[in-house]
Design a protein around this ligand. Structure first.
Ligand code: CP
Length: 304
């Protein structure tokens, strides 16, 4: 049995295989509509979600399976003080696979130690979000056609942004990747990622504070939200929330084939006028999320 806790649990060959399967599902959905007949996914979401939870549920339904779960801790027995271990021990008697989001870093790892079925980390605190990264990789493959020779701008909350941390971990394995880290000083990428991931893999990167400083050199601009829920006080959030905003004026300085990604939800870091720009791929990215999660469910359940 295999879990997905971190994107580095998957080899490059396994990621390629997932992308191939997702592409085949997009082209031939009818081939897959009975693949998970009589299988159930439990979505255990202790933190809010729209895309991740609903795309996992849509993925299982489109594979012919069923879904159960909860969308907030308050409606589960966690509200009565039940531990993650006990919850998962029980739910793994009811479901064939579990997707879990939790506000505590490491919670899906703790769950995996007790589970009789595969656990998928659907986001743990400010740590990791591996299925978002698989979504991002499928989008990059579809829109850019390659994972190498790319200059990637990562913009916004690089300190607490789990999608950014996972994406960096995935992309450092490809050739000739350069990162431009765009954020206010207070939301810089943590030193442990700079040292243990970027430096250790000899990845070129530089840091700046404005989109204008970087946008003309980028192949991909990955925008993220400044996350109110990760701040210890509201005043800091208010001061930093509008640090980096992408608008149509700034898009004029970008390459014609640059793509804009965002894991969503967006607050106001991308003005809605950018949505009309053909380089804005974030809604397409959300759509790809369902297909890569279908491929992942098939893989973890060992369905041919
Ligand atoms: N990208 C993402 O994780 O979105 P949700 O929080 O809506 O699941």
């Amino acid at each position: 049995m295999k879990h997905l806790l971190d994107v580095s649990d998957l080899s490059i060959a396994e990621i390629d295989q997932l992308i191939d399967t997702a592409s085949d599902i997009i082209d031939n959905p009818e081939k897959y509509q009975e693949k998970c007949r009589n299988k159930k996914i439990a979505t255990l979401f202790f933190e809010p979600s729209t895309r991740t939870r609903l795309s996992f549920e849509a993925a299982m339904l489109e594979l012919g399976g069923s879904v159960l779960g909860f969308s907030e801790a308050a409606s589960s027995s966690a509200a009565k003080g039940e531990s993650i271990s006990d919850t998962v021990t029980v739910v793994s008697c009811y479901a064939d696979i579990i997707a879990m989001r939790h506000f505590k870093e490491g919670a899906p790892m703790a769950a995996s130690l007790k589970s009789n079925v595969p656990i998928i980390n659907a986001g743990d605190g400010g740590h990791n979000h591996p299925t978002q990264t698989l979504t991002d990789l499928l989008t990059i493959k579809k829109e850019k056609g390659r994972f190498d020779n790319l200059t990637v701008g990562l913009c916004g909350d690089l300190k607490f942004g789990r999608t950014v941390h996972s994406l960096i971990n995935a992309m450092v394995r490809y050739d000739n990747i350069k990162f431009v880290l765009i954020s206010p000083e207070e939301l810089r990428l943590p030193d442990y990622i700079k040292h243990d991931v970027l430096d250790r893999n000899n990845i070129e990167y530089n840091e700046c504070t404005t989109i204008e400083d970087a946008i003309s050199e980028l192949d991909i601009l990955y925008m993220t939200r400044v996350q109110r829920e990760r701040f210890f006080n509201e005043a800091d959030y208010e001061r930093l929330k509008d640090s980096c905003i992408l608008n149509t004026e700034k898009m004029k300085k970008a390459k014609d084939d640059m793509i804009v990604l965002h894991p969503l939800p967006r607050v106001n870091e991308i003005t809605t006028s950018v949505d009309e720009d053909p380089r804005a791929c974030y809604f397409k990215q959300a759509m790809y999320g369902k297909y890569i999660r279908m491929a992942l469910i098939l893989k973890l359940l060992g369905v041919e």
